[in-house]
Design a protein around this ligand. Structure first.
Ligand code: PLP
Length: 397
């Protein structure tokens, strides 16, 4: 009854964990979730007010499929202001979230059998989306020593005549790593030698960059700009995950192809959300900077607490709201009840059952030695979670 396409998709590993976390919570256990992929803040009031006004002013109908001209203008102005990028409104297509933009971008440029280079650890949806586009994912494992960033040598070695797309995510989910300007320049040097390769640059965590400014490869390598599909959105930086609003910026040709797909599959996102997005980009960014400062404090607390646990190694990520420690020194050890921890999935299940902290195994992101901890939760929760984590790891022998 079910299509081969749907049947072949792997179920989300994180669902199993959140189901178990909810079960424990129902049993009255004080589970602390460090598995969230969304900010724990509320959307700033001026953005909510713009949405309420849109409702009251009667903005209740469909908008053009690529988004309202006003929002697209606000996006072009933002790309210029924040990234030094010049785009015209016919190079922008607004979507129901960056996830949709990445998915449609892949469907728009990939043919059956094309290869997509995806550095691991990766955001779980990239390989699944490549699979839906009938392309082959070529995942490349990066190293803890290099803060889980792909080196130009690794990229070069992975390229074949079939390579069509390279997916770059900076700041990264799940590691929080950010590529520096010189690292992107070195990546661009490799891409210059292979003109058939397009790039999806997923910049959804742009506004959660702690030190220095965010770097977009489209700006670092202007000669490659037409080969880059910049994906961004409002979910993370403005705490707007539920508003479902994102976009991509690319050549008019790619935007037209995505426009066709989107017009048949979803149409434009909610008119109300688009009005909210316009207010977000045209408004004052003070509030999002306050959220960023809070994330930075939490990052420092969590990374220091992790590194103080014997056997845990964690680099200090420069963005997003995740820490991705290497916990492999615990693999092969036994729990007090005699079970062997054979890998990151076993470890996070043990942490959930014994310490009541929910995290995500690196296995889910293609990096078996790590686990992902989200610090999108209160400092009080983080303090308690780190105490519990230390205690639970200490008893493994
Ligand atoms: C790397 C990355 N890209 C894209 C998305 C999707 O964001 P949106 O809410 O805009 O669909 C997420 C959300 O978790 C993400 O982590």
């Amino acid at each position: 009854m079910i299509s081969q396409r749907a049947a072949a998709l792997a179920p989300s590993e994180t669902l199993k964990i959140s189901a178990r976390a909810k079960e424990l919570q129902r049993e009255g256990k004080p589970v602390i979730s460090l598995s969230a992929g969304e900010p724990d803040f509320k959307t700033p009031k001026y953005i909510c007010d713009a949405a309420i006004k849109a409702i009251n002013d009667g903005h209740h109908g469909y908008t053009p499929n690529t988004g309202t001209p006003e929002l697209k203008e606000a996006i072009c102005a933002k790309l210029k202001r924040d990234n030094g990028l010049d785009y015209k409104t016919n190079q922008i297509i607004v979507s129901n979230g960056a996830k949709q933009s990445v998915g449609f971008a892949m469907l728009a440029v990939l043919n059956k059998g094309d290869e997509v280079i995806i550095p691991a650890p990766y955001w779980v949806s990239y390989p699944a989306m490549a699979q839906l586009a009938e392309a082959e994912s070529v995942t490349i494992r990066t190293s803890f020593e290099n803060d889980f960033k792909l080196t130009p040598e690794q990229l070069e070695a992975a390229i074949t005549p079939k390579t069509k797309l390279f997916v770059l995510c900076s700041p990264s989910n799940p590691t929080g790593s950010c590529y520096t300007k010189s690292e992107l320049e070195a990546i661009a040097d490799v891409l210059r030698k292979h003109p058939q390769i397009l790039v999806i640059s997923d910049e959804i965590y742009e506004y959660i960059t702690f030190e220095g400014t965010h770097n977009s490869i489209a700006a670092i390598a202007p000669d490659l700009k037409d080969r880059v599909i910049v994906v961004n959105g409002f979910s993370k930086g403005f705490a707007m995950t539920g508003w479902r609003l994102g976009y991509l910026a690319a050549t008019p040709e790619i935007v037209s192809a995505v426009d066709k797909l989107q017009s048949q599959e979803t149409s434009a996102p909610s008119t109300i959300s688009q009005k909210a997005g316009e207010a977000a980009y045209n408004g004052d960014l003070t509030e999002i900077l306050t959220m960023r400062e809070e994330f930075k404090k939490r990052r420092d607390f969590v990374v220091d607490a992790l590194n103080a646990i014997p056997g845990v190694k964690c680099f200090r990520p420069n963005g997003a709201f995740y820490a991705f420690p290497d916990v492999s020194s615990y693999f092969g050890k036994k729990t007090p009840s005699g079970q062997t921890i054979s890998g990151s999935t076993d470890l996070i299940m043990y942490l959930l059952d014994e310490a009541q902290i929910a995290t995500v195994p690196g296995d889910a992101f293609g990096e078996p030695n790590g686990i992902r901890l989200s610090y999108a939760t209160s400092m009080a929760n983080l303090e308690e979670a780190m105490k519990r984590l230390k205690k639970a790891l200490e008893v493994l022998i």
